[in-house]
Design a protein around this ligand. Structure first.
Ligand SMILES: *[C@@H]1O[C@H](CO)[C@@H](O)[C@H](O)[C@H]1NC(C)=O
Ligand SMILES: *[C@@H]1O[C@H](CO)[C@@H](O)[C@H](O)[C@H]1NC(C)=O
Ligand SMILES: *[C@@H]1O[C@H](CO)[C@@H](O)[C@H](O)[C@H]1NC(C)=O
Length: 504
């Protein structure tokens, strides 16, 4: 089971799956990757000052792609001084499930770096091909912050595409230096850290700086930013805050992906503008959007600009269509609400955000079209008809949340059919189904964590989840036990619905 909100990661990962496919030419006999399981995990990890563990599942495609690269890296790193050990755990194996949940494994593969016998654990955030794994891990195994003694040191550390945090000190001791080092230890798998006695060595260096000072280099916006508060928490906030671009770019360029992941992990509301980057108004839209992003900086909204070409996953996830671009969608920070502005023109951007901030934009909901023919025994409910069919009908409704690909749902379908047929002459009972992949589930009322999930709403408004056996008899028993008399409001409700339609 994936934790709540993890669909963000899924969508990001599917969209970002730029995993290297390996050539299958290395047929080494000795396996360098250690196999661990629940029986020896603590023991082996406890004995290592530095060990990397991959939690994988045998059926996972990305794990299979990683396997030969990981093995190759393990073989190279076994010759490193001191040797760096790579290991793996089959997290899908029933016996290892507890171990996996202890380590919060919510997707595969997940790689973790265990230091000091497992006393310190960090997520592996490096590349997935052998060479990249090797160089990332060599760095991870070295000091958290690299000393910069020459301009060459500085150049090789401060690459153009990543965030590098450099501490400039008059001497490598004292509380400031210690706090900086502590932070480097904590955040080393997310950022590059370096320290120097000589600010002149840095790109755009100024000889006047003697420190203590922290300078963060970034490949976007103002390119570097300085900070002088050495409280560990303040320093961490500074690093986290400064390393988010004003507008995150989401396209097929893998160097942007770490920032995209950060965007998705942010606790802010998320504004996403999707469009075709080769469109002729693209530049105008970009610059207006950027203005808005600058204007709303620090107000709890993160901004992303996505190229249509890279955004298929997002479109599916939000139920968007290509003919709606350029569009902006905002997802509230709790993920419960979405706001959409489709077919955007440059002049719409600022006013629309102002309306959104003023609470004047109505939420948008993903829904399939209302079915024209709904005469099968099991009624089709979509997000747009949920209110009328389930909440306002005054009837007793058994509602199945399903996914088209789910096998248990397929098995349940004929049983629900039989149940529906047996109630065909009972106007107070409705048996219905809801495709939870194509429609937004109102999560404030229904908790849908897996498929199928079946709920019953009695005519009087009582909501119970069905957790009995998936047989006709048990479902009917359950309905009989929980049903109420249809409420009179059903009639007036229907009338008023009719009236509404007439008015339109
Ligand atoms: C851990 O135990 C498993 C199963 O007993 C075994 O296959 C594996 O080789 C062991 N790993 C190590 C590193 O000893
Ligand atoms: C170092 O960090 C600690 C903990 O945040 C803080 O109490 C201390 O004042 C910091 N030292 C300096 C010089 O900022
Ligand atoms: C974006 O626009 C260009 C030029 O009009 C077009 O060739 C391309 O197919 C469009 N891309 C997508 C994903 O629609």
């Amino acid at each position: 089971m994936l934790p709540r909100g993890s669909s963000w990661y899924l969508f990001a990962l599917v969209a970002l799956s730029a995993w290297a496919v390996s050539s299958a030419d290395d047929t080494e006999l000795k396996e360098f990757v250690l196999t661990l399981d629940h029986s020896n995990f603590s023991d082996i990890v406890g004995k290592h000052d530095f060990i990397v563990v991959e939690f994988y599942a045998p059926w996972c495609g990305h794990c299979m792609q990683l396997a030969p690269e990981y093995e190759k890296a393990a073989s190279i790193l076994s010759k490193h001084d001191p040797p760096i050990v790579l290991a793996k755990v089959d997290a899908n194996d029933e016996a290892n499930r507890d171990l996996a949940s202890e380590h919060d494994i919510s997707g595969f593969p997940t790689l973790k770096i265990f230091r000091k016998g497992g006393k310190s654990v960090q997520e592996y955030k490096g590349p997935r091909e052998a060479e990249g794994i090797v160089s990332y891990l060599k760095k991870q195994n070295g000091p958290a912050s690299a000393v910069i003694k020459s301009a060459d040191d500085a150049r090789s550390l401060i690459e153009e595409k990543s965030i590098v945090v450099v501490g400039i000190f008059p001497k490598f001791s004292g509380e400031e230096y210690e706090n900086f080092t502590a932070l480097a230890d904590k955040l080393r798998s997310d950022y590059e850290f370096g320290h120097t006695l000589d600010a002149k060595l840095l790109p755009r260096g100024e000889s006047s700086i003697t420190g203590p000072l922290v300078r963060l280099f970034k490949p976007f916006d103002e390119l570097f930013v300085d900070f002088k508060d050495f409280h560990v928490d303040a320093l961490e906030k500074f690093v986290e805050g400064s390393s988010v671009p004003v507008v995150t770019i989401f396209n097929n360029d893998p160097t942007n992906h770490p920032f995209v992941i950060k965007f998705f992990n942010s606790a802010n509301a998320k504004a996403m503008l999707f469009m075709n980057f080769t469109n002729e108004v693209a530049e105008t839209i970009k610059s207006r959007y950027r203005d808005v992003a600058e204007q709303f900086k620090g107000e709890g909204i993160s901004f992303l600009l996505g190229d249509l070409e890279a955004s298929q996953g997002a479109f599916q996830y939000f139920g968007l269509k290509e003919d709606q671009v350029p569009l902006i969608i905002i997802q509230s920070n709790d993920g419960q609400q979405k706001f959409l502005k489709a077919n955007l023109e440059p002049d719409h951007i600022t006013p629309w955000f102002k309306e959104y901030k003023a609470g004047k934009v109505l939420p948008f909901r993903k829904s399939e079209p209302v079915p024209k023919d709904n005469s099968e025994p099991v009624k089709v409910v979509v997000a747009d008809t949920l209110q009328d069919t389930v909440f306002n009908s005054g009837k007793n409704v058994l509602l199945e949340f399903y996914a088209p690909w789910c096998g248990h749902c397929k098995n349940l379908a004929p049983i629900l059919d039989e149940v529906a047929v047996s109630y065909e002459n009972d106007a107070d009972i409705v048996i219905a189904k809801f495709d939870a992949t194509a429609n937004d589930v109102p999560t404030e009322t229904f908790e849908v964590q897996g498929f199928p999930t079946v709920y019953f709403r009695s005519a009087g408004g009582k909501i119970v989840q069905y957790e009995g056996d998936r047989t006709k008899e048990d479902i009917i028993d359950f309905i009989e036990k929980n049903r109420d008399k249809a409420t009179a409001s059903s009639v007036s409700q229907e009338v008023s619905e009719e009236e509404k339609k007439d008015e339109l």
